[in-house]
Design a protein. Structure first.
Length: 211
């Protein structure tokens, strides 16, 4: 290994030469890198997710028609106390991950934002036509929703910083592209659904008996 890589020779390379060297090494590594959309597990995840979207859309329509406008329930205190305990745990986990500078912070921020938005939604909706509606609305607009937006913005910022650092290691220049354009794992072509459909059609052609 010492004969192949000379640290002094690498140090004498210009930034452009180092970038080209990195790009060449990454291109070699990508040939053996795992590819999404090529395994049955990934296909199953994609099919289950699409199926869940369809079932949930139908279920929302059923609930919108069948649920009563008013409903009396028990364990009200337990439901809200339990939710606030989960929110407290999300805040604590987020603080710990930020303090320790861990990648887990991105997940914690997304979970925290989701819980804050859910808290704001249910507080406002369940307090309609009650004396506490104004307080719930102000709390949602001034506290919970701004905190949720801040958490999402921080998670996006951390992802872009991480991707930007990876781009530097791969010898790439230029601004970080939008997250929706960045492949999930390694170089990919087309969307997962397009790759899945293409793979299925190719398999069917291969399995079709010759005329």
């Amino acid at each position: 290994m010492d004969n192949v890589v000379d640290p002094d020779a690498l140090a004498r390379l210009s930034p452009d030469e180092r970038r080209k060297l990195l790009q060449g090494l990454v291109a070699l590594e990508q040939e053996s890198a795992p590819r999404l959309g090529s395994s049955r597990k990934w296909d199953v995840v994609l099919i289950v997710t699409i199926g869940a979207c369809i079932v949930l859309a139908v279920w929302i329509g059923v609930l919108a028609v069948t649920l009563p406008k008013f409903y009396r329930t028990g364990t009200w205190r337990g439901a809200w106390v339990g939710f606030d305990v989960a929110l407290l745990a999300a805040f604590a986990a987020t603080a710990w991950a930020a303090w320790r500078r861990r990648q887990l912070l991105v997940i914690c921020l997304i979970v925290l934002a989701t819980l804050l938005l859910c808290d704001a939604w249910f507080d406002v909706v369940l307090d309609v036509d009650t004396p506490g509606f104004l307080a719930s609305l102000l709390s949602a607009l001034l506290v919970e929703m701004p905190l949720a937006v801040l958490a999402i913005a921080m998670a996006r910022r951390l992802l872009r910083l991480t991707i930007g650092q990876m781009m530097r290691y791969e010898g790439l220049t230029g601004p970080v592209p939008p997250l929706r354009q960045i492949p999930l794992l390694g170089p990919t072509v087309g969307t997962p659904l397009a790759r899945l459909i293409k793979a299925r059609m190719k398999r069917r052609k291969q399995q079709r008996p010759a005329a």
